[in-house]
Design a protein around this ligand. Structure first.
Ligand code: GDP
Ligand code: CA
Length: 322
């Protein structure tokens, strides 16, 4: 089976890990392509930081800080502490010492002229992703950075998210560089040739929304013969973690399982989805969507651990008819 996942960081990485566990048992030899959001990327201390790619790589490579959901386990922050003593950089954005090695390696390769896709493939090799049947692709090789319009102008998404904890009212999100960006090699083919395209419970605005905004990607998702199905990141009117509600508010979408489904839209009516898996807390939404022509079902969608997440992935594949 060939599956393609459009992923942000923590939500997408946890989902993909569960999907791989499910496939290892039921469909060995399957190929999973993960198309990662790179809208959160930035230059910091002279290195290129790609938060969502790295969260995916560490999670699928078995090196993630489990409770935190991102970064390396057994991490330290001596370099960041010393940088703070020089009063440089963003003191609210810590780069772990082990994590810095990733950014240094990537930056060295980018400086040598490799594309982000090529650098990502080299980083992924160390974490043995191919041996698990996973290919990790950035959405684009051109830099696209999400900025947030707040009172006083535009700030980088990470500054709004990490420094201000999404507390500054956001007027809109702007993807700087989008007009010069194209889908990375392999991205459009992975969507077109998939047996199913999966939207994990990633942030619909600044993770999946940014991927879909890359020229050609939304069109490929709309045109693929594969079923396109997703898991709601909203359970009972609230995101499970993170600040997706603030992002949805900024674009005028209600933070409910139904609001997000309608925002993505049904493919036969111009949207990107055929099916939507919601939590049992939102069972009424599943019924409502089913009556309106959607493939929809309700199940426990809390990604407590790998077995629970593997079961969610199995339910999503069932919704896709795979
Ligand atoms: P980020 O880039 O690290 O913010 O991660 P993503 O965009 O991939 O995922 C963030 C989203 O995952 C949040 O909006 C949460 O609502 C959602 N999420 C996190 N954990 C769970 C879970 O256990 N179940 C469900 N359904 N959604 C979750
Ligand atoms: Ca992210």
């Amino acid at each position: 089976m060939k599956l393609t996942v459009l992923s942000g960081g923590v939500g997408g990485a946890r989902f993909t890990r569960g999907l791989l566990a499910h496939l290892a048992r039921t469909a060995p030899g399957s190929q999973v392509t993960v198309i990662a959001n790179t809208g959160d990327d930035m230059w910091l201390h002279g290195v290129r930081v790609c938060p969502d790619l790295d969260t995916l790589m560490y999670t699928l490579g078995g090196a993630v800080h489990e409770e935190q959901g991102w970064g390396r386990r057994e991490e330290s922050s001596r370099v960041s502490a010393d940088l703070a003593a020089y009063d440089v950089g963003w003191e609210w954005f810590t780069l772990g010492d082990l994590d810095l090695a990733t950014h240094l390696a990537r930056t060295q390769w980018l400086r040598e002229g490799l594309t982000l896709s090529e650098a990502t493939a080299r980083l992924s090799a160390r974490w043995r992703l191919a041996e698990q049947g996973v290919r990790l692709l950035p959405m684009s090789d051109q830099p696209v950075e999400t900025h947030v319009e707040v009172d006083g102008g535009l700030i980088h998404f990470e500054e709004w998210w990490v420094r201000h904890r999404a507390a500054l009212p956001a007027r809109r999100f702007v993807q700087v560089g989008l007009d010069r960006a194209s889908a990375a090699p392999g991205v459009l083919a992975a969507i077109t040739d998939a047996d199913a395209v999966l939207l994990p419970p990633s942030n619909p605005v600044v993770s999946v929304g940014t991927i879909l905004a890359v020229p050609g990607i939304r069109e490929a998702v709309r045109a693929t013969r594969a079923p396109v199905v997703g898991v709601s990141p909203i359970i009972g009117g609230a995101p499970v973690r993170g600040m997706a509600a603030e992002c949805l508010a900024a674009i005028g979408v209600s933070a409910t399982a139904e609001g997000v489904a309608r925002h993505y839209g049904l493919r036969e009516r111009g949207g990107v989805l055929d099916g939507w898996l919601v939590d049992t807390a939102d069972a009424a939404t599943a019924e409502l969507l089913a009556a309106d022509g959607w493939r929809s079902a309700a199940t426990d969608t809390l990604m407590r651990d790998v077995p629970a997440t593997a079961r969610i992935a199995a339910e999503l594949l069932a919704l896709a008819g795979r």
